[in-house]
Design a protein around this ligand. Structure first.
Ligand code: KG4
Ligand code: ZN
Length: 382
């Protein structure tokens, strides 16, 4: 079946069309289109994502991104659809600009040949989430398409499903700008959170450390580039003796704010933060993060006799992290699944894939008209 995905939880507006088949043991996917409009340039000035600006950009981008995605997947059908003005107006009462766009859509296009529309309803920035939700509700009214509501973090897990089968039990390490979680995946793609960060997420720590060294937002890719240079220059890096927070705690939780503070104090003592310092700090910060991530993941893998390890979320794009987990998986005889580069940061294909998984878990989901609300702090639970 074909599913359209919509993602607007943070600073990427994305729409995708996927073709999905297979059961929960081995779902198979083909990505027909995955269009992402990034707002990075806009938020860079503020050094982080600004919710009301993010919302404004989503409103501006969502229709062009949606049309582009349907066109690329060759499912866009010229024609007209009945514009149910009263009902659609009610859905979009706070988004008059979107109302105009939906009217335009009704005057130019017919319902495409898809089974459902999957949309992120949390976690994320609520003003941003609402844009995707209300847009999807309006499309549902216009084209009579069922909506599948999707948890963004389940989307990150699903992002590896284009690669290979997940052998159960599996452990997913989700590392993004908003989350750091270790999740156990059981039969039937049922999830349980085993551990999470008590303060900053890994990506957030990357972004904050980057900011301390006056690097642009998002800091992850910048730190990553600097660290590679240092890895090429110095064999071992231990000039700064950074802490490995909670590495010895008897649980699977994380904490990264102490590491960030320790870097702040380290930097304060250095008279000139030149390029070499930035490279060394970046590498040593990465080393510290990797040690903690590996140690916690190893405990989870041993305890649950895991067969597959999934590393997903924006930070999984990091080269040193990828390499460390490749070596670790070899040593532990694990199947390692990391998303392709275009699926590591936020995108709508992963939302459509997670939407399909939701329909396999609960067939009735497609018939329901969920009274969806944005849930900024939504958690994975089964
Ligand atoms: O998953 P994502 O796109 O958005 C959230 O759901 O948060 O993750 C974004 C995060 C940012 O903090 C960014 O700095 C980080 O992923 N990131 C990286 C790299 N690329 C992106 N962190 C470390 N190394 C990278 N190469
Ligand atoms: Zn994300």
């Amino acid at each position: 079946m074909k599913i359209i995905g919509i993602e607007t939880s943070c600073d990427e507006t994305s729409a995708s069309v996927i073709e999905a088949k297979g059961g929960l043991d081995f779902p198979k996917f083909k990505i027909l289109s995955n269009i992402v409009a990034s707002q990075i340039d806009i938020h860079q000035k503020y050094g982080g994502v600004f919710p009301s600006l993010a919302k404004r950009e989503h409103v501006k981008n969502i229709m062009p991104v949606f049309i582009k995605s349907l066109k690329k997947a060759s499912i866009l059908k010229k024609g007209k659809s009945k514009f149910k003005e009263k009902e659609i107006k009610k859905i979009l009462k706070k988004e008059p600009d979107l109302l105009k766009e939906i009217k335009w859509l009704s005057e130019n296009y017919k319902k495409p040949d898809v089974k459902a529309l999957a949309v992120t309803y949390g976690p994320g920035l609520e003003p941003a989430l609402w844009v995707g939700i209300n847009f999807s509700k309006a499309i549902q009214k216009l084209w009579d398409l069922p909506i599948i509501q999707v948890n963004h973090m389940e989307g990150h897990i699903a992002s590896v499903l284009t690669k290979d089968k997940i052998e159960i039990p599996a452990i997913a390490l989700l590392i993004s700008g908003g989350h750091t979680e270790i999740i156990l995946i059981k039969k039937g793609m049922k999830y349980k959170i085993l551990g999470q960060t008590l303060d900053d997420a890994v990506g957030e720590a990357f972004d904050k450390v980057a900011r301390m060294m006056s690097l642009p937002y998002p800091g992850g890719p910048e730190i990553s580039k600097l660290a590679i240079k240092d890895r090429n220059n110095r064999k071992l890096g231990n000039s700064y003796n950074l802490p490995r927070p909670m590495i010895k705690s008897n649980n699977l939780n994380f904490s990264f704010s102490g590491l960030k503070t320790s870097i702040l104090y380290t930097l304060k003592k250095i008279p000139s933060i030149n390029q070499t310092v930035k490279e060394e700090i970046s590498r040593e910060f990465e080393d510290s993060v990797i040690d903690v991530l590996l140690s916690k993941t190893e405990s989870a893998v041993r305890e649950h006799k895991t067969k597959t390890l999934i590393i997903a979320g924006g930070v999984s794009a990091n080269n040193a992290i990828r390499k460390s987990f490749k070596d670790f998986s070899k040593k532990m005889n694990l199947k390692l699944l990391i998303p392709d580069n275009n699926l590591t940061t936020d995108n709508a294909s992963m939302i459509a894939m997670a939407g399909y998984i939701n329909t396999l878990r609960d067939k009735s989901i497609l018939l329901k008209k969920p009274r969806m609300k944005a849930q900024g702090n939504l958690r994975i639970k089964f």
